[in-house]
Design a protein around this ligand. Structure first.
Ligand code: SAH
Length: 248
């Protein structure tokens, strides 16, 4: 079993790369694929860059060239569901492209020829419980430390398993957010890669796990405090999530 581990931003993957033992680097398409082990599990870790095309081409390489059998994707996302706040966790149960629109040929959001609107995402038995205990009030200090726990008020992290919407757009306006909220009411959060990963994994018949940390509210305030959050919180969340997923 080989796991492909990927994230779209350097902050989200740098710490994970440090976990790789006996790393060997292979460069393809301008990306560094780092082969090795984490907790004795074979992994290929890669920084995929932002957006659907970058994610899809990276997953395809992981599957075709490195023969990975399962994908793990971690990263940040903007909240669509009003219950979610910065620091909460969404484990994808399915993904949808919020920018797919071939009307009047097909219904909005349906991927032509595949005729699918939602791509199911693998949620392993016990995964939600594992995430709940990782991000429990007792354990969060071990994940991000006191300073950042206090700064971002991370004391009651919510973990939900819901649909994630993806598109080539940083969603940061009331209009863009409410279009998703109204027309895709089951969506918990928005990002730029998950559905692309889920589609490629569906087509290759391999499971993927997608875990997102809420970094912003996908509205006019989305860019505020982004840098420190990505650097100090999202990075440590990714390390903790990948580590937990790869330990028995
Ligand atoms: N740190 C960056 C912002 C990154 S946003 C900066 O301010 O310069 C883009 C990345 O974060 C993408 O990989 C996407 O998947 C995710 N993301 C986080 N919030 C998002 C939002 N509101 N809309 C779309 N993508 C979002």
């Amino acid at each position: 079993m080989i796991y492909g581990v990927m994230a779209a931003m350097p902050e989200e993957i740098e710490g994970v790369i440090k976990l790789v033992e006996n790393p060997v680097i292979k460069i393809i398409g301008g990306r560094e694929y780092i082969l090795g082990t984490i907790h004795n599990k074979k992994v290929v870790v890669v920084f995929s860059r932002w957006g659907k095309v970058a994610a899809a081409s990276t997953v395809t390489t992981l599957i075709d060239v490195f023969c990975v059998n399962q994908i793990i994707f971690t990263g940040i996302a903007g909240a669509i569901h009003s219950d979610l706040k910065v620091g909460d966790i969404v484990v994808a149960s399915s993904c949808v492209f919020h920018d797919m629109d071939t009307r009047p040929l097909h219904q909005r959001y349906v991927v032509p020829l595949l005729n699918k609107k939602y791509f199911d995402v693998f949620v392993a038995d016990g995964l939600i419980e594992k995430m709940q205990s990782l991000f429990s009030t007792e354990n969060i200090l071990n994940v991000v430390g006191e300073e950042w726990t206090n700064r971002f008020n991370l004391t009651s992290v919510l973990v939900v398993s819901r649909t994630i919407a993806s598109g080539d757009q940083f969603v940061n306006s009331h209009e863009a957010r409410s279009d998703i909220k109204v027309n895709l009411s089951e969506v918990a959060c928005v990002e730029m890669e998950g559905a692309a990963v889920a589609q490629i994994c569906y087509e290759h018949e391999i499971p993927c796990t997608i875990v997102r940390t809420i970094s912003d509210s996908a509205d006019d305030s989305a860019a505020v405090d982004f840098e420190p959050f990505a650097r100090h919180v999202a990075s440590n969340y990714s390390i903790a999530i990948v580590s937990a997923l790869l330990s028995d």
